[in-house]
Design a binder for this molecule. Structure first.
Ligand code: BG6
Length: 477
């Protein structure tokens, strides 16, 4: 059966920056199912040709050296546009007529909602009403971009609204972190090598650190960001996804539901916190200058940095803290997961401290790779030890660039593989963890909001906080 990829919100930034470049590069590599069509819809008036011409320019810009005239022409021949408002039934009926005309028979469709989230429910209702969600002429899948709700109750409502029209198996909630090669490699590393598994538990691991640091500041996204804050923007989705992939048990098979069942169990194991515990176990910060950003109120209390200590109360992880932190205006852009192994039970050598025991650093981005840091004897220095790296870098070992996360995710959506997409229960459980923290942070019991200077590692208090636990952040740029 042939495929159609329908983009709602087609005139938006995401379409030109991510979706079309990813689809074009897939087509150029011969990965897109033969004959895949792309149909865009938004309120802006374009003809098929003028939309193609605009996309050609932006795709050239965003794919740079990888753009080729000939492969573009082949790809662009399958691109169509339909102007309209997706919350209006008559406009969707017009789209339906175009789809039937270009498909000329049964076809599988992916509907990609690249629109403002407040339109999701109205759009989904109209997709149902217009018959576009009807599966008789081929599968109908829907892809949703985050945010999946604003809190637990809005997420539950959104899930209900979506599932009224699309069965859960047809719903693909994108978290682009799962499309990153290095995040998938974490699964491969853990479950395709037998040496890590015996050491991947409370008996050998002191703690885990997950850092997503961004050098960029909020910039022009102030209006959105001030309503969201770092917990909604990064923790509810990306950081908890990284935690799940680090902590989950092996699924029986790499099958969408089996993978997600295991991830869900991790979220179910995260220890709930009382408000007092939240005040102790979390840290909030805001970079200096944030309140001067466009769209941000001068007295904003919104966090641009957070650090949390979470406990996964299950057989494998009992007693092992997971430290999560993320912030904007940090020293550099880096995403890394650090497995800090425990100290040997008895110290024979001149080994300074806890921090000097063995650690595994999974560098998610940039400089994607893996580093095992072990103690080595310093030559000619008695029995003194030093931390030395066993280093693997993707760029040294493999040719070519790392594909953007969207390539993998869009292809999976077209092929009906939901393994790397979030399921409704996963999203709700994640909100169940983040919501109480946000509520406490908005209450009289809120821990202090620490200001920090951009260009460093967040507030100094975050280092003091780790030191109180006898630990320290592992910072590498
Ligand atoms: C998005 C957030 O989901 O992820 C942004 O809304 C953030 O605020 C971005 O900058 C980070 O993604 P990446 O892939 O650059 O780490």
């Amino acid at each position: 059966m042939s495929h159609t990829f329908v983009i709602f919100g087609a005139s938006g930034d995401l379409t030109s920056r991510k979706l079309i470049p990813a689809l074009y590069l897939l087509s150029k590599k011969g990965r897109l199912p033969e004959g895949t069509r792309i149909v865009g819809m938004s309120r802006t008036e374009f003809s098929h040709d003028s939309w193609r011409a605009g996309l050609k320019k932006t795709t050239e810009e965003f794919t740079g050296k990888k753009f080729e005239e000939e492969s573009w022409s082949k790809f662009a021949a399958g691109i169509y546009y339909h102007p309209g408002d997706l919350t209006k039934l008559e406009d969707l009926q017009g789209l339906k007529a175009l789809l039937e005309e270009v498909e000329g028979g049964p076809a599988e469709r992916v509907y990609y909602l690249s629109t403002a989230p407040r339109l999701y429910t109205a759009a989904i209702d109209q997709l149902g009403e217009s018959g576009l969600a009807n599966q008789e002429e081929g599968a109908r899948r829907i892809v949703l971009e985050k945010p999946f709700g604003y809190d637990l109750s809005t997420a539950e409502k959104l899930n209900k609204d979506v599932n009224r029209v699309f069965p859960e198996k047809q719903v693909y909630r994108i978290d682009h972190y799962l499309g990153k090669e290095t995040v998938q490699n974490l699964l491969v590393m853990r479950f395709a090598n037998s040496i890590f598994e015996p050491l991947w538990n409370r008996n050998y691991i002191d703690h885990v650190q997950i850092t997503v640091a961004e050098e960029v500041v909020v910039g022009r996204r102030g209006g959105y960001y001030d309503q969201a804050g770092v917990l909604r923007d990064m923790f509810q989705n990306h950081l908890l996804q990284l935690l799940m992939v680090t902590a989950m048990e092996s699924p029986v098979r790499f099958d969408a539901d089996m993978v997600r069942d295991e991830k869900v169990k991790v979220l179910q194991s995260i220890r709930p916190m009382s408000s007092d515990e939240i005040a102790r176990e979390t840290l909030r910060g805001q970079y200096e200058g944030y309140r001067q950003e466009e769209g941000v109120p001068a007295d904003s209390q919104t966090e641009t940095f957070a650090a949390l200590r979470l406990w996964v109360d299950n057989w494998r992880w009992n007693g092992v803290p997971f430290y999560l932190r993320s912030g904007k205006g940090m020293s550099c852009r880096t995403t890394q997961i650090v497995i800090q192994y425990s100290q040997p039970p008895h110290t024979l050598f001149d080994q300074k401290a806890h921090m000097d025991s063995c650690r595994l650093v999974m560098q998610i981005q940039p400089a994607e790779g893996l580093q095992m840091q072990i103690q080595t004897k310093v030559p000619d220095e008695g029995m003194m030890t030093r931390t030395t790296p066993l280093d693997f870098r993707f760029c040294k070992e493999f040719q070519g660039e790392m594909p953007d996360a969207y390539q993998r995710l869009l292809l999976d959506a077209l092929q009906g593989d939901a393994s790397l997409f979030a399921r409704s229960d996963e999203v709700e459980l994640a909100w169940g963890i983040i919501d109480p923290i946000i509520q406490t942070w908005r209450s009289a019991q809120a821990p202090k909001l620490h200001l920090y200077e951009p260009g460093f590692w967040g507030p100094d208090q975050s280092n003091d906080w780790m030191a109180e636990h006898g630990r320290q952040w592992f910072d590498v740029c």
